[in-house]
Ligand binder design. Structure first.
Ligand code: T6T
Length: 340
């Protein structure tokens, strides 16, 4: 006979309560924990935490791959993971989502803020309500209210992009950057790393820095215009997934494959295809699944009295994918997924 809702709920509670008391009893029996820690453990085992993950945008394979890592870790730890956000990169769209989610009282928030200043106030209101916040990928300028900030080494990624273009162009010629928008912690750092590295090459000049608002079509038309305007252009750095797609499509459409070197960021299927074809020469690939996993782990530690285990700032290393190594499984394992 089908069980009523109430019976099911009751069964869940009994199961949860007995699991909790079994845990507490085991801890007491081994003498590993004192009585107060044991009862805290029992309480945590009985409670199902909800962690919300608000990515920069929900349709981006970078964040989808992060969501996969976060979901896997949440399942391992027995917590709920909610995934919500805007479908495009927009502070105007992300802010009300962050604000309205607070009213649902999640236990912790993981977020990739689309702006390193504008999102401070909405994030701070969680902290004021006693909800720990961890930034994943992008972060805030003022990180004082955050439990942790997990990201990739974005400055180093920008340097690696510059090194690759410079080497391919024999350390001479003009280069340009196509970036997302100002005020994004990750891509600002990538651009800074690229520009700092380029300064080391006396025969190379940076002729332009453009912004595409995370739109590949804009990046493509900017690329075409740059190619027309600068006859000595030898390379372009697209600082994220959509910028890199646009740059590569622009270079390819202008028939400049192999003449203008393209350094990009991230690794969704269309970029990987362009990399294998040699339109993109290098992709700086991140490990978003690991960022998601670490974020959930930190949130869980913050909620279960294990704050001492949390590392406040984590910078994950990048993986450099090139046309030559793109089929190597050691590299390809980091390519991004397109569905959760
Ligand atoms: O490059 C990633 C992410 O690291 C960045 O902060 C925003 O753009 C991406 O999501 C790629 O589209």
């Amino acid at each position: 006979m089908a069980k009523t809702k109430l019976q099911k709920k009751w069964r869940y509670r009994v199961a949860a309560a007995s699991a909790a008391s079994a845990l507490a009893a085991a801890a007491l029996a081994t003498g590993a924990l004192g009585p107060s820690v044991a009862s805290a453990t029992a309480k945590h085992a009985a409670k199902k935490y909800t962690i919300v993950l608000i990515p920069g945008l929900t349709t981006d394979p970078f964040y989808i791959t992060m969501g996969i890592g976060a979901k896997e870790e949440a399942a391992k730890l027995g917590v709920n993971l909610e995934w919500k956000g805007a479908t495009t990169w927009s502070t105007t769209l992300q802010t009300p989502i962050v604000e309205s989610t607070l009213a649902t009282h999640p236990n912790a928030l993981l977020i990739a803020p689309t702006d390193d200043v504008a999102l401070f106030r909405p994030i701070d209101s969680y902290v004021k309500a006693g909800i720990p916040v961890i930034t994943v990928d992008t972060t805030l300028k003022d990180q004082s209210v955050l439990t942790a900030a997990i990201s990739s080494d974005n400055f180093q990624g920008g340097e690696a992009a510059a090194q690759a273009i410079a080497a391919a162009a024999h350390y001479k010629g003009a280069v340009a950057v196509i970036n997302v928008e100002k005020g994004v912690s990750t891509t600002d750092l990538r651009q800074a790393g690229f520009l700092a590295q380029m300064k080391k090459y006396p025969h190379m000049t940076v002729v332009a820095t453009e912004y595409d608002n995370d739109n590949p079509t804009t990046a493509e038309s900017e690329t075409r215009a740059l190619i027309l305007a600068h006859k000595n252009l030898v390379g372009i750095f697209g600082t994220n997934l959509y910028s890199a797609q646009g740059v590569a499509n622009g270079v390819d459409a202008a028939g400049m494959k192999g003449k203008i070197f393209v350094a990009g960021y991230d690794a969704e299927p269309a970029e990987v295809k362009l990399l294998k074809e040699g339109v993109i020469n290098i992709l700086v690939v991140q490990n978003p699944a690991e960022e998601g996993r670490l974020g959930v782990q930190d949130a869980y530690w913050a909620l279960t009295g294990q704050k001492s285990k949390i590392k406040k700032n984590v910078l994950l290393p990048n993986i450099v994918a090139t046309t030559q190594n793109a089929n190597n499984p050691k590299v390809a394992q980091y390519f991004y997924k397109t569905s959760l």
